[in-house]
Design a protein around this ligand. Structure first.
Ligand SMILES: [Zn+2]
Ligand SMILES: [Zn+2]
Length: 313
């Protein structure tokens, strides 16, 4: 399997070393870059294996790989992925926002049953989005004018970052972090709980379509082994030990937990685009080669139906 490559002749746009990123977002969910632009920026930063993991949505991956689409950046392999923000009421004690985020890495983009499940998730997202807009209006924090400027015709996965950016544009928040901290984060006045799949159902849906189900950005994992074991019983087989936000001690504690439980380690930038170009985020991403090899081995290595695409001729 051709995972290891020589460095490109041109230096990366930033001094990041990661050659893979299994967790990124585009405008097909709540990211700010078009899929094509994300692919371009990621490759320019030195990435060779890119997981486009939009929330509840494989549209970005499909567009990039569709017949008739422009060529992928030279040397870039795409991995079809999704992130399902599952409602974890039953496990809620101590969970941030009562949610667990499940990455499905290497899912089958042509699986109609899986697509139907994702469409239901997107429907729940849209309902929540407009409930939040309504609530913010009631609070005197109207974002209707900003939302009216969005193209909501597509079946994209609307998310709270979209609301947060509208709040910033309307002058109700200083930046996205401020919007979450004061207005739309869990426990804030504009917060509306999510609907949709629970973690067990999300894991099963990912498993059923051949994906690697990996629990995303959950630094509490070392203290929550019974929870992890219950999720493993449903088919969880990965743990995102190298999320871009984790410091070295967190990464090593997460890795130790993954090894103890026999979970495949995954990692990624979780890039949305709110902090500037991809290269800036990539510079803070740590992705050891053994981790990349482990994920790719789990996905079957080379390009195959529903797993990876090595690039179109
Ligand atoms: Zn997430
Ligand atoms: Zn994410």
């Amino acid at each position: 399997m051709a995972v290891r490559h020589a460095r490109p002749a041109a230096p990366p746009a930033a001094p990041g070393t990661a050659e893979a990123d299994f967790h990124t977002h585009t405008t097909r969910s709540d990211g700010v870059l078009e899929p094509e632009e994300l692919a371009r920026q990621a490759r320019a930063a030195g990435v060779r294996i890119l997981g486009v993991a939009d929330h509840d949505n494989l549209a970005g991956y499909r567009e990039l790989t569709a017949a008739g689409a422009g060529p992928l950046p030279d040397g870039l392999r795409l991995v079809p992925a999704v992130e399902i923000n599952s409602v974890a009421a039953r496990f809620a004690a101590g969970l941030p926002e009562g949610e667990l985020h499940m990455l499905g890495i290497g899912v089958d983009p042509d699986d109609e049953a899986f697509e139907a499940a994702l469409a239901d998730q997107r429907g729940a997202r849209r309902i929540r989005f407009f409930k939040m807009v309504d609530r913010l209006r009631d609070l005197g924090l109207a974002v209707d004018a900003q939302v009216a400027m969005l193209d909501l015709s597509a079946d994209d996965a609307l998310g709270r970052p979209t609301v947060a950016r509208a709040l910033v544009a309307a002058g109700h928040a200083l930046d996205v972090e401020d919007a979450f901290a004061r207005l739309i984060g869990h426990g804030c006045p504009g917060y509306v709980p999510r609907g949709g799949l629970d973690p067990i159902a999300a894991i099963r849906a990912i498993r059923d379509t051949g994906g690697l189900a990996s629990l995303a950005h959950f630094p509490e994992a070392p203290d929550r082994e019974p929870l992890l074991r219950e999720l493993m019983d449903a088919g969880l087989s990965g743990l995102e030990t190298h999320h871009r936000s984790f410091d070295a001690p967190t990464r090593s504690a997460m890795s130790a937990t993954a090894r103890r439980l026999g979970l495949v380690e995954t990692g990624g930038s979780d890039y949305h685009g709110d902090h500037g170009p991809y290269a800036d985020t990539h510079a803070a991403l740590v992705m050891p080669d053994w981790l990349v090899d482990g994920v790719m081995a789990r996905l079957g290595g080379g390009p195959g139906p529903g797993q990876t695409v090595a690039g179109r001729p």
